[in-house]
Design a protein around this ligand. Structure first.
Ligand code: NAD
Length: 297
């Protein structure tokens, strides 16, 4: 299969490499020459522009920062430049409105198109174990799933255009809220003289259990290994969580959704980010709630 890969950053670099590893011909483009050079080292070929990358492609994958980037790359370099038989898949996390607009323009021009944002960070991108949530027509899904396979642990069909983005921001809003709830509970447990490992034992086997407690516990030295055990390095950056919470709030405002806890979560992560901790894992917000930011390097 000939794949065009546009956007070779922290996520796209590893994803493009996994397509090359699977034996596909990957024409890679990024505005950063260093990112293109890394992709070439991983077995991709360098394209001089996005339009050049897509010219002969069977599948076009984009992994770009945000909605405006996806809109402009689709308008300037994909629609009308890729062959009509090409399958267009955007894996970036963007606003639902942009995803639907791009899908509408691409479909009107005769392309098959899907939004397929991912769950899992840079390590999962490198390992080829991302979870994809896909918005596309039923008839297109099997081809999307096959194209994403070298980069995926699981590919889930969420619904029609934009449904992948909707699933992603709803999931991450829930995660942001549940992590804050978990952090508040651990911080209060400490104030009440309850040892973190005892509280973990109780909460992980009681009705307070959730993924943020049992799998990604924000308290160091408790439960399975998490970013909390390595100074909150790696994992899912606070700035990324903040981006997704903003997308959720924007989407809720446009759709008339009521998301007061999502709004509160956005405000708390914004406060943490503004204090210079945007690169720390999002579970490090525990240290702010404990009043122990001095423990973060
Ligand atoms: P990144 O900033 O590392 O990479 C984005 C890349 O896009 C950069 O290399 C940039 O040069 C390139 N780019 C920007 N505009 C371009 C254009 N017009 N043409 C070609 N290349 C262009 O970001 P990332 O961490 O790889 O994230 C990519 C997407 O994946 C984002 O939407 C993000 O929200 C989402 N995401 C990230 C993570 C994560 O942990 N990093 C996890 C899940 C989803």
């Amino acid at each position: 299969m000939r794949i065009a890969f546009i956007g070779l950053g922290a996520m796209g670099g590893g994803m493009a490499a996994n397509q090359a590893k699977a034996g596909h011909q990957v024409a890679a483009f990024d505005l950063s020459p260093a990112a293109v050079a890394r992709a070439v080292e991983a077995g991709c070929s360098a394209a001089g522009s996005a339009a050049e990358a897509v010219a002969d492609a069977d599948v076009v994958v984009t992994m770009l920062p945000a909605g405006p980037h996806v809109r402009s790359v689709y308008a300037d370099a994909i629609i009308g430049k890729a062959r009509k038989s090409a399958l267009l898949i955007d894996c970036s996390t963007i606003d639902v409105e942009s995803a639907r607009a791009v899908a509408e323009q691409a479909s009107a021009a005769g392309y098959r198109v899907a939004d397929a944002p991912v769950s899992g960070g840079i390590m999962a991108a490198d390992a080829g174990t991302l979870a994809f949530m896909v918005g596309c027509e039923d008839a297109v899904f099997a081809d999307v799933e096959a194209a994403l396979k070298p980069m995926a642990r699981v590919v889930i069909h969420a619904g029609s255009a934009g449904a992948g983005q909707a699933a992603k921001i709803c999931n991450n809003m829930l995660l942001g809220i549940s992590m804050l709830g978990t952090c508040e509970a651990f911080a209060l447990a400490e104030k009440l003289g309850l040892a973190a490992d005892r509280f973990f034992e109780v909460a992980s086997q009681s009705s307070g259990n959730c993924w943020s407690v049992s799998t990604y516990c924000p308290a160091p030295g408790v439960g399975p290994q998490t970013p909390a055990d390595r100074g909150y390095e790696g994992g899912f950056a606070t700035a990324m969580m903040l981006k997704d919470l903003k997308l959720a709030q924007d989407a809720a405002a446009k759709a008339g959704g009521t998301t007061p806890l999502g709004a509160q979560a956005q405000a708390l992560y914004a406060l943490f980010d503004a204090q210079g901790y945007g690169r720390k894992d999002f579970s490090a917000v525990l240290q702010m709630l404990r009043g122990r930011l001095d423990e973060l390097s």
